[in-house]
Design a binder for this molecule. Structure first.
Ligand code: F6R
Length: 237
């Protein structure tokens, strides 16, 4: 796992976007896993502007949503698919059929198996945020390195943090996430971190023991993983 320091949050967002644009231009059919949460929002702004400016296109890309909250109304703006639509997909030229979302209305085990099949040998690139407890996707402490797409319970801190996405207090307690094993099949992984609130977990992820108690540490041995942090998030390293 290599740390890439991005500078101020603005500079960091442009750096990540520029790297992404370089990858997508080199491989227009790139299969990419994308997170939601607030961390990637400035990066998605940069990507949307780049598509508008004709610098890159998502027309042949394939996007896999990293995770989804369960028990939430289909149109709830706090859902992961709604957030990704709002912050990125509605602003770029990805054909709707090339967006894989997690529809949690049916048999969840079947949905998870179908998602694993769709991801197949793995994404070319997985972008991930990180929670203050080291979760990636919704792989909370205790998740094993070979876990696959599955239903998970959310940690109390994660539920509380999700209040930033939902405009009401009916917060989800579970979700479905790609597993650490699913993510480890990716050719490349970028963990994104911004802000002082992530400084401690960034330090632990890079230098703490590899442990299921801090899920992100279990990605450390992947052959191509970057932790891309802005100045504040990298301050403790
Ligand atoms: C979102 C996701 C989560 C977030 C993490 C950080 O799809 O998988 O793991 O990346 O909770 O959230 P923010 O970016 O809001 O601090």
């Amino acid at each position: 796992m290599t740390l890439l320091r991005g500078g101020s949050t603005d500079v960091w967002a442009r750096l990540v976007a520029d790297l992404f644009i370089e990858r997508l231009n080199a491989q227009p059919g790139m299969r990419v896993c994308l997170p939601t949460g607030l961390t990637p929002v400035p990066i998605y702004d940069e990507l949307a502007d780049a598509v508008t400016a004709g610098k890159v296109s998502f027309a042949r890309a394939e996007v896999f949503l990293l995770d989804e909250f369960g028990g939430v109304d289909p149109g709830d703006p706090g859902r992961c698919d709604q957030m990704l639509e709002r912050f990125l997909l509605s602003r770029v030229d990805l054909p709707a059929a090339r967006f894989h979302r997690l529809d949690l209305t049916g048999d969840i085990d079947m949905v998870c198996r179908a998602y694993e099949d769709a991801v197949g040998h793995g994404c070319d690139l997985a972008l991930l945020g990180i929670g203050t407890n080291g979760h990636v996707g919704m792989n909370e402490p205790g998740a094993s390195a070979d876990s696959l797409t599955r239903r998970v319970s959310l940690a109390p801190d994660t539920i509380a943090a999700s209040a930033r996405y939902f405009g009401h207090d009916r917060l989800p307690t579970w979700g479905v996430t790609m597993g650490l094993g699913t993510l480890r099949r990716s050719r490349e992984i970028w963990i994104l971190a911004s802000g002082a609130g992530k400084a401690s977990i960034v330090r632990q992820t890079l230098h703490g023991p590899v442990t299921t108690a801090v899920p992100a540490t279990q990605l450390r041995e992947h052959p191509s993983v970057l932790l891309i942090a802005d100045d504040e998030a990298a301050a403790g390293v």
